[in-house]
Each structure stands twice: as C-alpha cells, then as structure tokens.
Design a protein around this ligand. Structure first.
Ligand SMILES: Nc1ncnc2c1ncn2[C@@H]1O[C@H](COP(=O)(O)OP(=O)(O)OP(=O)(O)O)[C@@H](O)[C@H]1O
Ligand SMILES: [Zn+2]
Length: 735
C-alpha cells in the first residue's frame, strides 16, 4: 500500500492522503498529481510520501494521474511555503497552488513553449563550405557558422544576441540557405556571462564599498540594506553586483514595486548583460507568465525581474535576491494571502543561502531598525552619483493665497521660469480624476456611492462618476437626489482638472498626465515615460505613479501641491508614508547636473515633520520616528495582527464581535494586548460593513500563539459562518 500526501486549493486548512495505484510510478515530492476531491477533479501537489495515515484505508481514494516527472518545487521552496503558511496563518494548499502560474495550477503540462528558430539547408551548408574563408558578407558567414556549430538549428533570439539581425536572416532565407523552424525553448540555453555588453560606470567611493561588501558574501545568507539617497546610483550598484554572479552561471531575482517595472528598467539590465531574462508581472497573459516561470525554474533565464509574486519563482541556480524600493507598500499583498514579499524574500535568501539586498532612499522603519541594530549590514550612499547635486527646497505658505489650478503665484512663476529655460516641470498631486466630490449647491448633499457611503469622484475623460473605494461607476448625476436641484458643483481638485486648467494657462506647452486612468491601456505608461525622456512634454502631472524610481534627466522643478491632509492622520504609519512620498517625489528633481528645486505648498509651513524633512533629511526623521515608536510600543518594537470582519448585516458583525471579545479576554496572555473590535477606518465597502480587531504583542511567539487560538475558535464558531473574516499579520494598512 503506497500513500501520497498532497495539498490542494480548498478552504479546508490541511493536507490530504491518497492511494498510489500499482500501475503508477512513485511521484516526486513537489510534483503535481491529478486527484478527485469531493466530486471535482483537482490539481494537487505532493508534499510527502508517508508510511501511514490516520484515515481509514477503505476511505482513501486513488490518485488519477501524475502530471510531472520532475518536481516543480525544490526543497527550499517547500520549506519557504510551509514557513509562510504558518507565519501568515494561511492555508498551505492555497499558498502552494497560488505559487504556480495559472496554467500549471489548472493541470497543463510543464512544457517549455516552442520558439522561433532557423534551420540550415543543404544549400546553406554548401555555400558556407565554399565561402567560409572569404571576407565577403561576414555577418552571413557568422550566422551560418553558428548554425553548423549547433547542429543546424538555432533559436532566433540567439542570433539577435549574437548581433545577427533580422535583415541578415531574411537575406539568408531568400537565398534558401536557411529556413524557418521551431525549437523547444529549453534548447535555447545560454552560456554564463563571459563579458559585459556595455562598459560599466566608474563607481564612486561609497558605491564601490557597497559592491565589495555584497560581493564578499557570495554563496551565503547575508542581508544588506542599501540606504542611498535618490539619484545616488543604486541601480548601478545592482548592476555591478550581478556581474560575478552571472559569470558564475547563477541567477538573480530582482523584485520591483508594481509600477516600477518599466521598459526602461528592463532595458538597463538587458543592455549591460545581453543575457536571457524572465519578466514576471501582473499584466502578463497566462501563457507568457507560465513560459517565464519555467524559464526561471530551469535556468534558461539569468535574470528574473518581477513584482511581488515573482518572489515564489523557482530558480535552479539562485545567486542573489535584490528588492528595489523595499519600502514600497505594493510588496505587501492586501487581500487573501496577505504576505509581505520583502519579509518572505528574506526567508527565501536564508533557505537558499544567498545574499539579499534591500535598496531604498527611504527605507521602511522596520528595515532601518534591523540595519541599525546590526541584523542587516547597513550600506549608505549619501551623495548623488555623477554630476548631479541634491535639490534645494522651498516651503510655499499658501494660506490666504489665490490659487489657480491649485497652484500658488510663486509656483506658477517658478514654472514659467523653468519652462523658459527649456527644462521640465513635474507637479505632484495624489488624487486622480477631475474632482474628488460633486455636491448640490442648494442643499449641500454630496453625491455618494451607496455601497460605500463615500463621495463619488468626478471624471471628465470619459465623463462619469467613479467610486475609488469599490470601483463602481455611474453616469454623472444631473440632479440632486435630495432636493432635486440641478445646480451641482464640484469641490476639490484632481489631476484631470489641473491638466485642463494648465492647458489654458500654458497653451503652447505639451502636458503629460500620469495616473492610473491615463495609463490603463497596455503599454501606455512605457510610452509616456519614453516621451518624457525624449523631452516631448514639458509639464508632467502625476500621482504617486510618477514618484517611483523614475529617472527624468530634464526635470529640474518639482512642485508638491497638496499633502496637508496626511499631516493629521490618526494612523501611526502616516508620517512615515508621507516622509517617503515627499522624499521620493522630491528626488525626481535635478538628477543630471542641472540644479533641482522642490516647492512644497502647504497651509502648515511650520509643521515639524516638514521642517525636519527639509532641514535634516529622511535619515534624521526616521531615527526620530523610531525613537517615538519605541516609547509608544509600536512596531517594530511590538508585533501586530489585524483580524478583519466583513458582512452584509451589521447584526452579524456585532454578534461575532461580542463573542470574540469575550473569548479573547478569557485567553488573554501576558505580553499581549487585545484591542476591542471596532469599526474599520473605511466602515463600509461595496455594500459590506467592516470591522476589525487589533492584536499586539511584545514578542512574535506570543502573537502567533494567541492568533492560533483565535483562529481555532473562529473556525468552529457558528456566528463566524455569516461573516467573512481574515487574518493580517504585520498589517501595514489598517483600512
Ligand atoms: N558612478 C557613477 N558615475 C556617474 N554616473 C552614475 C554613477 N552611478 C550612477 N550614475 C547615474 O546616476 C543616475 C541616477 O542613478 P540611479 O537611477 O541608479 O539612482 P537611484 O539611486 O536608483 O535613484 P532612485 O532611488 O531615485 O531611483 C543615472 O543616470 C546613473 O546612470
Ligand atoms: Zn463604492
């Protein structure tokens, strides 16, 4: 009797045992199998081949089929997924299955797709024998030689990497020396890096120290914080630490924030190394994602660049993990499996025994603290790279000032001057749409999304109302629902409004707006970023999309229009987020030699956070903020979990809340604080009422113990069946 223990994607939080029928070979651990679960056919992953089971034998069902001869996941990834399941108190089966690309989850064979290739003809062979010693058409000869070397078949991509262009291949094809064919992409393997495709920059002293420190830890677990001000050349450091790793035939995994993964980023790595890369982001179709994943797994890609979930991509020869803009909140998944990619990546680096580099100009306080207490090696870049100098700041007091398009006279004047000198201006406003609210001028009633009880945002392109909480849309109201008046007016300003008003103020200037609406179309963001680099636009207006890591050489002026609302938030992380945003946005000014200037409009020019950031910089602010967190027992000096509850009826929530609070108080442990169940900061979303309970502890162990007890309780509690609940470990957004 042979047994197989598997996990699969079901809400039941455990593994399942199946029988292995005689005619099937023993599957590898980490391979997929097909099983019947309930009445459904499902893809499962083998996690163990146990000797015994506590299920009655007659109840065991057989496995239907084995899908993989080779395991998809190696033992380090198994350990990682198990660790993640226990750390985040999430279902192991879901985590396993979610770590696979969708097509593999659905049971497709893990086969590399075929790629375009060229085949040598007899005529081509003959031609080469006759002409190989001539100097005529050297590129054509090189192409034919490459084909002979590889038994007559070479992938198109390999020709391109060797500098043999499409037009050379077309000429060869028109002479019938080669003909198109296909190759399994697994045959397109690459040789380790021999020499760089482009000359590296000469590092400054701090960069050189960073590169040497990281390279000295090859082949072992070593975490680094690369704490370098904006424009200090962190990317050049990444490029140079990759060189020895790629020369050793190892792979690099590079994680970037959701919208930081642009064609420009990819191009920088491509240009330096000319090696195959696997790109993984949420915009890929299923086929492309699966192909990239397999390329990484079988080491047919040297560099794997991706957003959050790329972290789980298997690699045959892992050499290093890099997390760029490590403070970015898009590394934290905000629904279902709420993991933080940076934290899981650290564990992965530990399991794989490789270095991990976390880079940022504005490190998360958690990360900075780990560096300050010596848990991570702290590498600092305190100067701008090359010829660029640090931008200067001006606080613009807008109290009682007349504003046009949200801009003060001082900022408008500065814009005129900057534009007059042929330089670019960047305006930052973290609010997309035309106006954040539409209201009745007669009775004051605001037009609200009924499902969220929040104002609709007015959009003009195309005209509609959109709820930024639940995403619902409707036609623009013509009448007040309350009093029937047709006199509706907007309040507040969004990026669309600034764009249209600036078009009137600066009719001869090209304006680019960059926000989620203007970049929805695939490729639109890359296109506008390229246009900005080519100086096709002079004024750039954007939300935080524009703040992230971009390098625009001609931007010398940045104006931050309105961040006042964030100065008085009750969320203890608000000041950290504001400081990061402020520094990142400011960091776009003056990056290539020309002096940069940053204008900050505010009603609170004396506010100590703004004063501190401007006068002393992020590092000073962050150390002070850490001291404050320590005094008040907040993370990273304590550990938090958030239980979230959602239901269509408030009664259901209240019943559950009372029972849970009572239970939690009875199971209070020393070193744990259990806060009351409260309304969430967004108390209603998409028709569901929302509540939450914060749990805090002085040690991780205590937190995890208490959470386990609470989860066990919730799983068997009848009142919890009518409520959707979830657990968020290390929550960063309390919404
Ligand atoms: N050693 C160097 N010498 C000259 N120029 C350099 C050097 N290192 C980097 N640069 C240049 O400085 C500019 C800024 O570098 P990079 O984009 O890597 O900065 P960064 O630290 O990643 O900034 P940010 O955090 O704002 O994204 C780039 O144009 C880069 O080519
Ligand atoms: Zn809504």
């Amino acid at each position: 009797m042979r047994l197989v223990r598997v996990v699969l994607a079901t809400h039941i939080r455990r593994s399942f045992d199946y029988l292995l029928p005689e005619q099937l070979p023993t599957p590898a651990i980490g391979a997929r199998v097909q099983v019947v679960f309930g009445k459904r056919n499902m893809t499962a992953i083998v996690i163990e081949l146990p000797d015994e089971t506590n299920i009655a034998l007659e109840k065991l069902r057989p496995i239907e089929a084995i899908l993989d001869e080779q395991p998809l996941l190696n033992s380090q990834l198994h350990q990682l997924l198990r660790w993640a399941a226990s750390y985040y108190h999430y279902n192991l089966g879901d985590i396993y299955l979610q770590s696979l690309p969708k097509l593999l989850r659905q049971g497709q064979l893990a086969k590399h797709p075929t790629v375009k290739a060229w085949q040598l003809t007899d005529a081509g062979k003959h031609h080469y024998q006759q002409l190989k010693h001539t100097t005529k058409a050297p590129r054509q000869n090189q192409a034919l030689a490459l084909l002979i070397e590889h038994e007559g078949k070479v992938a198109h991509e390999i020709f391109l990497r060797a500098g043999i262009t499409q037009s050379i291949l077309s000429t060869l094809a028109s002479n019938h020396y080669v003909q198109p064919t296909e190759l399994s992409s697994s045959l397109t393997h690459y040789e380790p890096l021999a020499e760089l495709a482009e000359q590296p920059l000469k590092l400054n002293r701090e960069q050189a120290i960073a590169v040497a420190a990281i390279n000295s830890k090859a082949g072992q677990f070593a975490p680094f914080l690369l704490d370098g001000i904006t424009g200090s050349g962190k990317t050049e450091v990444y490029l140079q630490i990759l060189e020895p790793i790629l020369k050793a035939g190892q792979q690099a995994l590079i994680l970037v924030p959701e919208i930081g993964l642009t064609a420009q980023t990819i191009a920088r790595f491509e240009k330096r190394f000319n090696l195959p890369m696997a790109i993984l982001h949420s915009g890929l179709n299923d086929k492309a994602r699966c192909a990239a994943w397999l390329k990484a797994k079988d080491a047919h890609a040297a560099i794997i660049i991706g957003t959050r979930s790329a972290l789980f991509t298997p690699m045959l020869h892992p050499g290093i993990i890099i997390i760029d803009e490590e403070h970015d909140s898009s590394f934290k998944q905000q629904d279902t499996f709420r993991y933080h990619a940076r934290d899981v990546a650290l564990m992965r680096a530990k399991l794989e025994q490789i270095p991990i580099v976390m880079g940022s100009a504005t490190p998360a306080l958690e990360t900075l603290n780990n560096a300050l207490i010596g848990r991570y090696q702290h590498l600092e870049l305190t100067e701008r790279a090359g010829l660029a100098s640090v931008a200067s700041y001006a606080l613009v007091d807008i109290r009682a000032q007349p504003l046009r398009a949200g801009l003060s006279p001082q900022v408008l004047k500065a814009m005129q001057d900057t534009l007059g000198q042929g330089q670019q201006v960047m305006l930052f406003l973290n609010r997309r749409g035309y106006a954040p609210a539409l209201l009745c001028h007669e009775c004051g009633q605001v037009v609200e999304c009924e499902r969220c009880e929040r104002p609709y945002t007015l959009h003009h392109h195309p005209p509609h109302l959109a709820c930024h909480h639940c995403g619902s849309q409707r036609a623009i109201a013509k009448q007040c629902q309350h009093c029937g008046s047709t006199h509706l007016v907007t309040t507040g300003i969004g990026t669309e409004q600034i764009e249209s008003e600036l078009q009137q103020l600066f009719p001869d200037v090209s304006i680019a707006r960059i926000d989620r609406d203007s970049t929805r179309r695939k490729g639109a963001l890359d296109q506008v970023l390229e246009e900005i680099t080519q100086n096709q636009h002079q004024i750039l207006i954007g939300t935080q999309m524009l703040a992230k890591g971009h390098h625009f050489p001609s931007v010398t002026m940045v104006a931050i229009l309105d961040i006042d609302h964030a100065l008085f938030s009750s969320d203890f992380r608000a000041s950290e987020r504001l400081a990061q945003l402020f520094i990142q946005v400011s960091g776009r000014a003056g990056r290539s030699g020309m002096a940069g200037k940053v204008y900050l409009q505010t009603h609170h020019p004396e506010h100590e956070l703004l004063q501190d950031l401007i006068n002393n910089g992020y590092g000073h602010f962050a150390r002070f903020a850490l001291a404050e967190r320590k005094l008040t027992d907040l993370p990273p000096f304590s550990y938090q979990a958030l239980l979230r509850f959602e239901a269509t009826s408030l009664n259901h929530l209240n019943t559950l809340g009372q029972q849970l609070e009572q239970f939690a108080q009875q199971h209070q442990q020393s070193g744990c604080w259990i806060f009351p169940v409260n309304e969430a900061p967004v108390p209603k979303r998409a028709g569901k009422f929302r509540q939450q309970q914060l749990i805090q502890a002085n040690a991780r162990k205590n937190l995890h113990q208490l959470i386990s007890i609470l989860i066990d309780y919730l799983e068997q509690l009848p009142a919890a069946k009518r409520v959707r609940w979830s657990v968020d470990i290390d929550p960063i957004d309390m919404m």
